[in-house]
Design a protein around this ligand. Structure first.
Ligand code: EPU
Length: 337
């Protein structure tokens, strides 16, 4: 393990923000993690996964621990069920492609999501009608007090919309080291009901899609709407879609009859934040070298050289404007550091 000093974190966060880590180490094994957490040399530590869900607004005055645990393997396979374990540092999309190559089903709708396997349970990543929890079996996580690895079942993770125990009371207490998935080997359950997938498969002239076709459709939709972090710095959806009381929604709907909405429960309605931000006039707006993506208003972008604070201030302006027009508070989905 080599500890480096004053390292730029620009290559390690998908927003491409150029802040510095006072100390930096890339960790390949759980034992290396234990060594770091046993040593008293660096009392302040900061965990970095795929860097796809954070906005860095300042230099990190700590030892930044880059999780680089690699490996993926088949734990068991019965007739139609296959259990796969992937280590935390595996790139999410490369892992999805690996499962599709083996014709294992379940992750196809989650193709091309930026980030690493280890961070996928933290915010229960989701897209196009599927959430991580639908294919999740359990995860292993290092308890930072005892330095023992504990297994968290699906129930223990307490998943919600972009939420889990790792964002709530287990926050900062564990490092996820690997994730175990329940996938299908033959009879795959396709999720093609999400409007954009149905129409993309029609465009592709595919009537009986395979899991690989669904993945291709998802990749094509994402590429048409979402900026590639390798080209334009971004962190996917910057905000969560707000959930509001049905009574408040009905009042708003009288003024905004076109407002898209999804029923969450008998009393709660989810509104797409992208629509609210677009109505507030921010879609495609550019300020110096940062702004709001022109094809999806939920995504804030760094065209190169913007600071984390520039983007943070823009996000606050968007929140204030949406709140003034609609009376709805939209919350950041990314972690502000
Ligand atoms: N909309 C607008 N303007 C916009 C964006 C969206 O009017 O600029 C409207 C659309 O017309 C549609 C509705 O909002 O009626 C929903 O849009 P979309 O299907 O694109 O999904 P979303 O709610 O904006 C969520 C996730 C995305 C995920 C997509 C597809 C959240 C915060 N975001 O976006 O996740 O890819 O659904 O399932 O839940 C991410 O988390 O990084 C991410 C990209």
């Amino acid at each position: 393990m080599q500890i480096q000093n004053n390292i730029s974190l620009k290559p390690y966060n998908t927003f491409g923000i150029d802040v510095k880590a006072k100390h930096f180490v890339s960790v390949n094994t759980v034992d290396e993690l234990r060594t770091i957490f046993t040593s008293e040399k660096f009392p302040k530590k900061f965990i970095l996964g795929g860097g796809s869900n954070m906005l860095l607004t300042k230099d990190i005055d700590a030892l930044v621990i880059h999780l680089n645990l690699k490996g993926k393997n088949i734990l068991s396979q019965t007739n139609n069920d296959v259990k796969i374990e992937a280590k935390a540092g595996e790139n999410w999309h490369e892992f999805v492609l690996w499962t599709l190559d083996k014709n294992f089903g379940g992750l196809e709708n989650l193709s091309l999501i930026p980030g690493n396997v280890g961070t996928s349970p933290i915010q229960n990543i989701g897209a196009y009608g599927v959430e991580l929890k639908d294919v999740f079996s359990s995860c292993n996580a290092l308890n930072l007090d005892t330095l023992e690895v504990e297994n968290f079942t699906k129930d223990a993770c307490d998943f919600g919309y972009r939420n889990s125990i790792f964002k709530q009371h287990a926050k900062g207490k564990y490092i996820i080291t690997s994730v175990i998935f329940n996938l299908t080997a033959k009879q795959h359950n396709l999720n093609t009901n999400y409007g954009a997938i149905t129409s993309e498969l029609e465009n592709m002239n595919i009537e009986q899609p395979t899991i690989q076709d669904v993945s291709k459709a998802v990749i094509s939709i994402r590429q048409s709407k979402l900026p590639d972090p390798k080209e334009i710095g971004n962190s996917g959806s910057f905000f969560k879609n707000p959930v509001i009381d049905k009574d408040d929604f009905l009042k708003l709907q009288a003024n905004f009859p076109d407002m898209p909405h999804y029923t969450v429960s008998q009393t709660q309605i989810k509104i797409p934040a992208g629509w609210l931000i677009e109505q507030a006039g921010f879609k495609g707006k550019t300020f110096k070298n940062y702004g709001v993506h022109k094809k999806q208003a939920l995504v804030l972008v760094n065209y190169g050289g913007a600071s984390g604070n520039d983007i943070l201030k823009l996000s606050q302006l968007i929140q204030e404007t949406v709140s003034r027009i609609f009376g709805i508070n939209i919350e950041a989905e990314v972690n502000i550091v």
